[in-house]
Design a protein around this ligand. Structure first.
Ligand code: CO
Length: 497
């Protein structure tokens, strides 16, 4: 058997995935409301087709043949990795009986609907039965996937390959020790005033600003576009087509601007993957955490930096002249307010990771039967008190705030935290390797940094596991140290202590 046969087959899968991505993009941006219900069936059909191809008897032949030790040894690094990823997908797909998986998918679809109602009514009891059902399936699945130490490892593997519960626990232990006292210190210091950031912001002008930001980032508009949506996302539709979406809040331009930069960071990653990897299993990001690190770099480490606003403030005041009255220094402080808050997606970059730690601790205990679904509201509130010193007044702004559990996505949250930590560690390396990075950012020349990201991270796609990639780029395994150094330096200056 020739490796070309395997690649031809993978190309066919990739084309169906591209069609599914286009349908998904349409469903979340442009589709007329009456068209949505039937389009969901189209989406279902395309997902089934991909799944069937990934677990077909043809794929079984490839997996069997290319994993024979003699054959495997004759493959180059790229072929080996592609076979490895396809094999992993095959085995995961085969581990669960299709009927059981279908039931799980139906439970998740119902879960999301019930969750929406439960959240609107702030009624956890309503969500409880379907969540119990979903968790039940996930426990069964983890046992079918097999894991070495902790059930939670099997869940993590889907989002953060090669990263275990133990790895995450270790990072969290270190982070907690340094981060919690730092947040206390910030809370006891006078916070910057951000009232000047509120106002009325025309939708089309916000769009102009978002496009301006993407241009500065060197996002390739010939290989993508920007559209409006309810829950912003980035999606790769295929080679040469990576689309960004954002949301316009008429009274605050922060969500659209920083949201666009966030999604733009994801898009640069996808646009930066080597063209040789198109339509191969490695033609995607290394993990959710690595992906998130690229978005957080642009949103926070660049987008909320003093250097960036040295030149971008002029562009902002050109579009929104009302900002002419506020000094760039005050503006910079206002976009960097730190405040313990109830809602994860509204959290600042300092307190954000605490929201993830809470979710990780709950998920890990839940999947290992150390807590029950019925205990979740109490546990949630207790952890909010412990970590933030505040408590939600109802479950809608507490345990019911995120959709992830309703969609069966346990194991996803840690990627957000890892993203923040990877971002800081990568950025520290970039600062070492590009000595005048700061001056370049201040003058609006982001090309050298974009080139650095592409060369060091993006072009490899999923050729390396995140654990290996971080060592390859930065010379050491993931540590929370760089994140702490970054926020300590930045925020002790802003908060003047
Ligand atoms: Co993201």
């Amino acid at each position: 058997m020739e490796i070309k046969e395997f690649y031809d087959y993978m190309k066919e899968i990739s084309k169906i995935q591209n069609a599914a991505a286009l349908v998904a993009w349409d469903m979340r941006t442009k589709i007329p409301s009456k068209g949505a219900r039937d389009r969901a069936d189209v989406m279902g059909k395309l997902s089934r087709m991909t799944f069937e191809m990934e677990t077909s008897s043809k794929m079984a032949e490839f997996v069997e043949y290319f994993n024979r030790s003699k054959v495997k040894d004759s493959l180059n690094e790229i072929d080996k990795r592609n076979v490895y990823l396809a094999t992993k997908q095959y085995r995961r797909g085969k581990a669960i009986p299709p009927e059981k998986f279908e039931k799980f998918m139906i439970a998740c679809a119902r879960g999301e609907t019930v969750w929406q109602e439960a959240k609107a009514e702030s009624n956890f009891q309503k969500f409880k039965p379907v969540l119990e059902e979903i968790i039940g399936y996930l426990k069964d699945f983890t046992d079918m996937f097999s894991y070495e130490e902790n059930r939670y490892d099997a869940l993590l593997d889907e989002f953060e390959p090669s990263t275990t519960t133990k790895d995450i626990q270790k990072v969290i232990d270190g982070l907690k020790k340094d981060l919690i006292p730092f947040i206390k210190k910030l809370s006891n210091t006078k916070r910057p005033d951000d009232t000047a950031l509120k106002g009325k912001f025309d939708r089309s002008l916000q769009e102009r600003l978002s496009l301006e930001a993407l241009k500065v980032m060197n996002y390739d508009f010939k290989a993508g576009r920007l559209d409006e949506t309810e829950h912003p996302f980035t999606i790769g539709i295929g080679p040469g087509d990576v689309r960004v979406t954002t949301k316009y809040d008429p009274s605050d331009l922060r969500p659209s601007l920083f949201g666009t930069m966030h999604e733009g960071g994801h898009a640069l990653y996808e646009q930066g993957i080597s063209e040789k990897y198109f339509r191969m299993p490695i033609g995607t990001g290394a993990s959710m955490g690595i992906h998130e690190s690229q978005s957080r770099t642009w949103e926070n480490m660049i987008g909320r930096s003093k250097a960036f606003w040295k030149f971008f403030y002029q562009k902002l005041t050109d579009i929104f002249p009302q900002y002419g009255k506020i000094s760039v220094e005050d503006f910079y402080k206002a976009i960097n307010v730190v405040e313990p808050s109830l809602v994860r997606i509204e959290a600042d970059e300092v307190t954000y990771n605490l929201h993830i730690i809470i979710r990780f601790e709950i998920e890990e205990a839940l999947i290992n039967d150390r807590v029950k679904v019925s205990d979740l509201p109490d546990i949630w509130n207790a952890k909010m008190r412990e970590y933030f010193g505040i408590e939600p007044s109802n479950d809608a702004e507490g345990v019911l705030q995120d959709v992830h559990w309703a969609g069966g996505q346990l194991g996803y949250f840690p990627s957000y935290m890892l993203g923040n930590l990877y971002a800081a560690q990568f950025f520290a390396t970039a600062q070492k390797e590009i000595p005048d990075l700061e001056e370049q950012i201040s003058s609006g020349d982001l090309k050298p940094f974009r080139k650095w990201q592409k060369e060091k991270i993006h072009r490899y796609g999923a050729l390396y596991d995140p654990k290996d990639l971080i060592v390859k780029v930065t010379g050491e395994p993931l540590t929370h140290k760089y994140f702490m150094d970054y926020i300590t330096k930045k925020f002790s200056e802003i908060y003047e202590f």
